[in-house]
Write a protein that binds this ligand. Structure first.
Ligand SMILES: [Zn+2]
Length: 469
C-alpha cells in the first residue's frame, strides 16, 4: 500500500481496523446477463401470478406480516451494488409440508410452511431467504438463460415463464412425484450456488443475523431427507465444501446490530395450531386449495372504501410549536417523538397496533439537527425515505414555499405503495426550525386521486402556524 494511504488509515484509528476486516470479505461479481433488468421484473411477475394460482397459499395475515418483516430487513441489507430499484421483493407462504422455498426474478419469494416449521431459529429461516434473495439480486435466473444458445429476448422470456410454472412444473405436478416450480429454470449451477451462499452470508451479517445459521439450515434441510429434503437441494446443489465456505466467509464478516428475532417462537406455535399442511402429492393430485384471504388484525391490503377528505377542517397541534388545519374526518393514527400521521378511516394499515403504512393522509415530523442548508437536509430526508421505499423517485426540483411564514421548499415524489402495490404521489415540504432541526410535512395519496388530494395538502400546509420559543 502506498505510504500516503497508510498514513491516512493510521490517522483513522479504529476505523482503519474495521476497513480491513470488511475488506476481507469475498468480492462478488454478478454474472454476464444479456437481459434487461425489466425482463427479470416482467418474468417474475408473470410466474408469481401462476404460482399463486397453482399453489395452496397459506394466507394467514400474521404469518405473512412476519415473513415480510424478516424479508424486508434482508432485502434492505442487499449491498448497494446489487440493489435494483425496479425490483420488488415480496414474501408469501405456501401451505405445503415439504421444506422448500423459491424466489423468482425481480423479487417474488415463496416460502413453504414446512421450511419455517423445520427451522430451529429465525436466523435459519433468514438464511434460506438471504440465499434466495442473492439469486434474485445477482439476476441468476436470466443470467442462466443468457448462457442458453438461442438467445432472443421475446421468445425466450415466454419459454422461461412457461418452464417455471407451466410445462415443466405442470408435467411434474401431473406425474405426482416431485413438485418444484423451479424445476428447469430455477435449478442453479454450482457456480451460482457459491455466489448465493457468499452474498447470502454478507446480507445476513448486514441485517444483524449470524451468517453461520445459513449453513445450519442447509444441514437441517439435508437431515430431513426422504421425500421432503432433496427438492430444495436439487435446485440448489451443494457447490462443494458448502458449510466450510459459508463459515469461512462468516469469519470475515462483522454482524451489524442485532435482528429482532423475538417473534419466532410465537410463529412456530401458531403454525403448530393449524390443520396439517398439504403434501406435494396432494398438491399434485389437485387436492389442495388456498386458504381464503384473511384480514387478521390488519386492515385490508387494498383500501377500497376511503372516504373523500371532508370539506370541513379542524385544528390540530402535532407539536407544541405547530398548529395545522386538517380535514375533519382525518384522525391521528400514530404518534411519536419524531412524527404524527393523520389519515381517514381505511387510509392506513396497522398490524398489531403498529402503523405499517399510509395510503391517504398527512404526516408531520421533525428530523434531528441538519446541516443548515435546507435543500441538502431535504435531500437527506428523501434518501432516508428511499431506504424503506425502493421505488421512491423525485419528480421535480425544489420550489420555494412559505411554511408558517418562513422560507421552505417543496417537491413531488412518486412511489409504489407498499400496501396496495399501486402508484402513489407524495408532496413533501420542509422548513428549518430555530434549533437547526427540519420540520417536514408529507402528503400521501394514490396517483389516481392526486389532483384532489394535492389541493387538500396545499391547504393543510398553508394553514401551518409556527410559534417557536
Ligand atoms: Zn441456491
Amino acid at each position: 500500500m502506498p505510504s500516503s494511504l497508510r498514513r491516512t488509515f493510521a490517522g483513522l484509528g479504529i476505523a482503519c481496523v474495521l476497513t480491513f476486516t470488511a475488506g476481507a470479505q469475498t468480492k462478488i461479481v454478478a454474472p454476464k446477463n444479456n437481459y434487461a433488468v425489466q425482463d427479470d421484473v416482467k418474468l417474475g411477475r408473470e410466474a408469481a401470478a401462476e404460482a399463486t394460482k397453482q399453489l395452496p397459499m397459506l394466507n394467514d395475515q400474521r404469518l405473512e406480516d412476519y415473513v415480510e418483516r424478516v424479508g424486508k430487513t434482508l432485502a434492505s441489507a442487499i449491498p448497494p451494488e446489487f440493489q435494483h430499484s425496479e425490483f420488488r421483493y415480496t414474501f408469501d407462504m405456501v401451505n405445503q409440508k415439504e421444506i422448500n422455498a423459491f424466489a423468482l426474478p425481480g423479487g417474488p419469494m415463496f416460502l413453504n410452511r414446512g421450511m419455517v416449521e423445520a427451522a430451529k431459529s429465525e436466523a435459519e429461516v433468514a438464511g434460506v431467504m438471504a440465499h434466495e434473495l442473492s439469486h434474485v439480486a445477482l439476476r441468476h435466473g436470466t443470467a442462466q438463460a443468457t448462457k442458453g444458445q438461442k438467445f432472443q429476448i421475446g421468445s425466450v422470456l415466454g419459454q422461461i415463464a412457461g418452464a417455471i410454472v407451466g410445462g415443466t412444473a405442470g408435467s411434474i405436478i401431473s406425474q405426482g412425484t416431485q413438485f418444484g416450480l423451479g424445476a428447469a429454470f430455477l435449478k442453479y449451477s454450482r457456480e451460482y450456488e457459491s455466489q448465493a451462499d457468499i452474498l447470502g452470508a454478507q446480507i445476513l451479517a448486514r441485517a444483524g443475523y449470524d451468517p453461520r445459521q445459513m449453513a445450519n439450515m442447509f444441514k437441517t434441510i439435508e437431515a430431513e431427507g426422504g421425500s421432503s429434503g432433496p427438492e430444495w437441494l436439487s435446485s440448489h446443489p451443494n457447490p462443494g465444501n458448502r458449510y466450510e465456505a459459508i463459515n469461512r466467509e462468516a469469519a470475515s464478516l462483522r454482524v451489524q446490530g442485532n435482528a429482532n428475532t423475538g417473534q419466532f417462537a410465537e410463529v412456530q406455535a401458531r403454525l403448530r395450531g393449524m390443520p396439517p399442511a398439504y403434501t406435494a402429492e396432494q398438491i399434485a393430485k389437485g387436492q389442495a386449495k388456498s386458504n381464503p384471504q384473511s384480514s387478521g388484525t390488519s386492515s385490508p391490503r387494498t383500501a377500497v372504501n376511503v372516504p373523500a377528505p371532508s370539506s370541513q377542517y379542524r385544528t390540530s397541534s402535532p407539536f407544541s410549536f405547530l398548529r395545522l388545519n386538517l380535514p375533519s374526518n382525518w384522525s391521528e393514527v400514530s404518534g411519536g417523538d419524531t412524527g404524527i400521521t393523520y389519515a381517514p378511516e381505511g387510509g392506513y394499515r396497522e398490524a398489531e397496533g403498529r402503523l405499517e403504512g399510509v395510503t391517504h393522509g398527512f404526516q408531520v415530523g421533525v428530523t434531528s439537527k441538519g446541516s443548515g442548508n435546507l435543500q441538502r437536509d431535504t435531500d437527506q430526508l428523501v434518501n432516508a425515505f428511499a431506504q424503506s421505499n425502493p421505488q421512491l423517485r423525485r419528480q421535480e426540483g425544489y420550489s420555494r414555499e412559505s411554511i408558517g411564514g418562513r422560507n421552505g421548499v417543496r417537491t413531488t415524489l412518486t412511489n409504489q405503495s407498499d400496501i396496495t402495490g399501486q402508484p402513489e404521489v407524495i408532496s413533501l415540504a420542509t422548513t428549518q426550525l430555530n434549533d437547526g432541526r427540519v420540520l417536514f410535512l408529507v402528503g400521501v395519496a394514490p396517483q389516481r386521486d392526486a389532483d384532489r388530494y394535492n389541493d387538500v395538502f396545499r391547504r393543510v400546509r398553508q394553514s401551518a402556524q409556527l410559534s417557536e420559543r
